[in-house]
Design a protein around this ligand. Structure first.
Ligand code: ASP
Length: 326
């Protein structure tokens, strides 16, 4: 069933292993990401009558993803989603930070069309290359699904973007999510604790709020939080962007990956409470792969429920952005 066969599908490429090349095909783990252009990725795609449009947004290893890349990608997604004849989008992306970009796009765009992110664990020129199959899977899904929103289509699976995690670093089936989605099953966006900024607000940001991610662990005594607090004091640090990441050097929030159900050592809880008093946003997640931070465990430190630590951090960055506009 190709319900949208006369429509357009836009492929937005950002790099990653799916566009990577190994110097020696017998060593598939030794490669450089982001070497092939989008036109090379799509040349063997079977489009079943749909018209493909392709754009190169960037061509990087996603470990180097920066906020400026997100803004460029957001702008192109927003533009194409508003074109009537576009049925949906495909975003090719490195696997390493894909879940953060997926959260960002879902939360800000809340798309009314399907957006399939896809990727690869093996570079394009080795025998076990999984990119072409994943890209074809993403196109087939966009052309056939009735779902809307940001999904990851990879290794024959479809995952909702919020809740997906890269759990393996050495196999093509690298991702898992709390509730694996199957095609045709409607997903719902988890309720977030704060409003999200609009596309327009995100596109005009110059300096992104700094949110740091820390862990509870054996021996956690809160010293790292006290060090971060130093970086929150406007008298001791400036709000100029640090390096080329477009983030303020002043820390505005802390997401903590708590143990188990989002629990904290006594000393870490005390330090985080001091951080709240100093004006930082603080929220809890769980460091377990499928953990949930229990709102009742440390009721004074908000829970981000079933968001992973890295997706929780993006949620807080976006929440701070929305808050700064009000
Ligand atoms: N380092 C690569 C990236 O995230 C890994 C991958 O794509 O699988 O760009």
């Amino acid at each position: 069933m190709d319900v949208k066969k006369d429509q357009k599908v836009v492929v937005l490429a950002t790099g990653g292993t799916i566009a990577g090349i190994a110097g020696d095909v017998s060593k598939p783990n030794n490669y450089v990401s982001g070497q092939l252009a989008v036109s090379q990725l799509t040349q063997d795609l079977v489009s079943n009558g749909a018209q493909l449009i392709q754009e190169q947004v960037c061509n990087i290893d996603s470990k180097d993803m920066q906020f400026a890349h997100w803004q460029a990608l957001l702008a192109r997604c927003h533009f194409w989603l508003n074109e009537n004849e576009v049925a949906g989008l495909i975003v090719t992306h490195g696997t390493d930070t894909l879940e953060e970009t997926a959260f960002f796009l879902q939360a800000v765009l809340n798309p009314a069309k399907p957006v399939a992110m896809t990727c690869a664990m093996f570079p394009a020129n080795v025998p076990q290359s999984d990119g072409p199959q994943n890209l074809q899977g993403a196109l087939d899904w966009v052309l056939n699904t009735l779902d809307t929103g940001v999904y990851l289509v990879t290794a024959g699976e479809v995952h909702f973007g919020i809740g997906v995690q890269k759990n393996y670093s050495d196999r093509s089936r690298a991702f898992a999510s709390r509730e694996a989605m199957t095609q045709g099953k409607q997903a719902s966006v988890p309720k977030l604790d704060w409003p999200m900024p609009t596309v327009e607000q995100v596109l005009k940001i110059q300096f992104w709020p700094r949110v740091e991610l820390i862990f509870n662990h054996a021996g956690a005594d809160g010293q790292l939080v006290r060090n971060l607090l130093q970086a929150h004091d406007p008298a001791k640090s400036d709000s100029q962007p640090s390096s080329n990441s477009n983030q303020t050097s002043m820390v505005e929030g802390i997401v903590v990956a708590g143990t188990g159900s989002g629990t904290l050592s006594h000393d870490l809880e005390f330090a985080l409470t001091q951080a709240q008093k100093a004006g930082l946003w603080v929220a809890r997640t769980s460091r377990c792969a499928y953990g949930v931070s229990d709102p009742d465990k440390h009721p004074n430190i908000p829970s981000l429920h079933n968001l992973s630590p890295v997706q929780g951090r993006v949620a807080m960055i976006l929440g701070l952005l929305a808050h700064s506009e009000t």
